[in-house]
Design a protein around this ligand. Structure first.
Ligand code: SAH
Length: 365
């Protein structure tokens, strides 16, 4: 366990600022009009991790920046290396909040899985983050800071994928997501970035208006409202008809598709008629399915079980017979507690609505 930071750092962060925001903030500090551009380039083109590395600035200015501002770089509190190359980091933010960021190599490809909130208030029944309860929104700097932190630790290739599938609901943190995506897309084409949502319809509609919108993934997980509401309380606010309507009006470029994530829970949503119902529901949306066999955890309900490999295969085949494009999420980082929220669970006491009266499970570390 790591104690939270003794005091919050109230200095403004520079890492999460767009160029106009940086210009405005630095105007009273900069000795020359071009300083904001130099600093922006250092942060987002040279990708420095400290003011001392801004060697094109006069020493006095560097010192002043370091005194008056900060860079929202998270600190590594724990790291778990999986046999398959996946590395899961537990990161601490300046106020002691804990988040997870996962680095997933896959042959030539590399994917970073980012958190958008420290905790999550949506209380999905299968999700460990939901079990631990809501926390706070990350700032844009803390979102960009996850990438910078992993780059400094492990290096990153020219091109990689970014997925917002770590802790939190990104579309409930649009204020930070918007500038963070603007900054991250300075180095990555937006088709390399995917925002995953539990189905926040106003957020999907907001994303639809962005000219530089990233890929959209939706955690659907059940083919009807009755079952979806049982495992995802947000479905009571935005039921399937509303969610699917939002997907139908989401603008897509030619050949692009929305990813439908579908958690497979044995005996709950993994039967052939469920696959048929799913395809029917989404008939008017260009989608590809990503099947996610359930990742068990001691804090999750006992009735939730991972289906057998045969059952997963049968579900995939059924979808494919109906003309769907399907991938099955390979289990990555299983031995490092890689499902959403599982690593942070080592770090703190539970406080989500389902956590009441439960004690920290005894985990083999
Ligand atoms: N809030 C966003 C992103 C965070 S969760 C969303 O809901 O999409 C990222 C993905 O991990 C989601 O598809 C989520 O349903 C899935 N997930 C959460 N807990 C899981 C578990 N125990 N096993 C398998 N997948 C899980």
């Amino acid at each position: 366990m790591t104690a939270p930071a003794a005091a919050c750092d109230l200095r403004p962060d520079l890492l999460g600022l767009t160029r106009p925001q940086l210009d405005a903030l630095l105007a009273p500090v900069a000795d020359r009009p071009f300083r904001a551009r130099q600093i922006f380039d250092a942060l987002h083109r040279r990708r420095v991790t400290g003011f001392a590395e801004m060697t094109d600035l006069p020493a006095a200015l560097r010192e002043r920046l370091a005194r008056e501002f900060t860079l929202a770089l998270p600190a590594v509190a724990d790291r778990r290396d999986s046999g398959d190359g996946t590395v899961k980091y537990l990161l601490h933010l300046a106020d002691g909040a804990a988040i997870e960021t996962v680095d997933i190599p896959d042959g030539e490809r590399r994917t970073l899985c980012l958190s958008s909130q420290a905790g999550c208030g949506l209380a999905c029944a299968f999700c460990v983050t939901g079990f631990w309860g809501s926390g706070r929104n990350l700032t844009a700097g803390e979102i960009v800071g996850q990438v910078r932190c992993l780059e400094a630790l492990a290096g990153l290739p020219e091109s990689f994928n970014l997925v917002f599938m770590g802790m939190g609901e990104p579309l409930l943190n649009l204020d930070a997501l918007t500038p963070a995506l603007e900054l991250l897309s300075l180095r990555l084409p937006r088709r390399k970035i995917t925002v995953s949502t539990a189905g926040v319809v106003p957020g999907i509609d907001a994303l639809a208006t962005w000219p530089r919108r990233p890929n959209l993934a939706v955690s659907l997980h059940a083919p009807d409202d009755e079952r979806r509401s049982r495992i995802m309380p947000i479905n009571r606010t935005y039921p399937l008809a509303e969610l699917v309507a939002a997907l139908e009006r989401f603008p897509l470029e030619p050949r692009r598709r929305i990813t439908i994530e579908y958690l497979l829970l044995a005996g709950f949503n993994d039967a052939a008629p469920d696959a048929d119902a799913l395809v029917r529901r989404l008939a008017r949306v260009p989608v590809k399915f990503n099947l996610i066999p359930f990742n068990p955890d001691p804090v999750l309900p006992d009735w939730m079980q991972r289906p057998t490999a045969d059952r997963v295969e049968a579900f995939r085949n059924r979808l494919e017979q109906r003309g769907a494009t399907v991938t099955v999420r390979r289990q990555r980082g299983h031995d490092v507690a890689a499902a959403c929220g599982q690593l942070r669970a080592f770090d703190r006491e539970p406080r989500g609505p389902r956590a009441r009266g439960r004690t920290l499970p005894d985990r083999a570390r």
